[in-house]
Design a protein around this ligand. Structure first.
Ligand code: CTP
Ligand code: MG
Length: 180
């Protein structure tokens, strides 16, 4: 199995959760600061915020809608161009992976708050992989035919550098306060 094929196949599968994870950062612009934190400002038993201001309903809505639609459509266009050399997620796969990506990202934030990390403070690997592992698990449950061990390993290896690069891009564009 060649590496180029594996990377392309892994990217086609994880593209919807990538979009779902990346687009909530736009919520601040789109909703002009009128954001509602998922934890409704509540604190946990340790006295720290349950999730913090970095997880909002507006971000979730943008992530699910854009992850599902943009995630699916871009893959579909690639399918029209290159055909069935690759396996492609269905729109249902895209929806489920997008929802799981956002849940995984919130689980990551929950863990960060319990560790005493403030919103936006870095948690290496957790920041880059929480959403991916959740979406791969969800896809494995609803459509395991898309996943093989080499595809999963490839997705896990390529995601941290891609995540860092796109977050640095968002930081340079002024969309994010931190480059991670
Ligand atoms: N975001 C959002 N809703 C979500 C996820 C993200 O509104 N469900 C927005 C927030 O403005 C957030 C930004 O996207 O600050 C970047 O997301 P992320 O890096 O995941 O959040 P952090 O700010 O780093 O917060 P945390 O430390 O809780 O991960
Ligand atoms: Mg972050």
């Amino acid at each position: 199995m060649n590496i180029g094929w594996l990377v392309a196949q892994a990217l086609l599968i994880v593209w919807p959760p990538y979009v779902a994870n990346a687009t909530p950062v736009l919520a601040r612009r789109v909703f002009r600061g009128r954001l509602h934190p998922v934890d409704l400002n509540r604190v946990f038993i340790d006295g720290r915020r349950v999730l913090g201001d970095g997880k909002t309903y507006e971000g979730l809505a943008m992530g699910v809608v854009l992850g599902t639609l943009v995630g699916y459509l871009v893959d579909y266009v690639i399918y029209l161009m290159v055909g069935s050399v690759f396996k492609y997620p269905s729109i249902l796969d895209s929806l489920v992976m997008s929802i799981a990506a956002l849940l995984g990202d919130m689980l990551g934030a929950f863990i960060k708050r319990r560790l005493g990390l403030r919103r936006g403070e870095p948690a290496p690997l957790l920041d880059q992989l929480d959403f991916l592992l959740a979406s791969l698990l969800a896809l494995y449950i609803i459509n395991p035919s898309l996943l093989t061990v080499p595809i999963i390993v490839t997705a896990v290896l390529i995601t941290p550098p891609i995540h860092l690069a796109t977050n640095t891009g968002a930081y340079l564009l002024g969309l994010k306060n931190e480059p991670w």
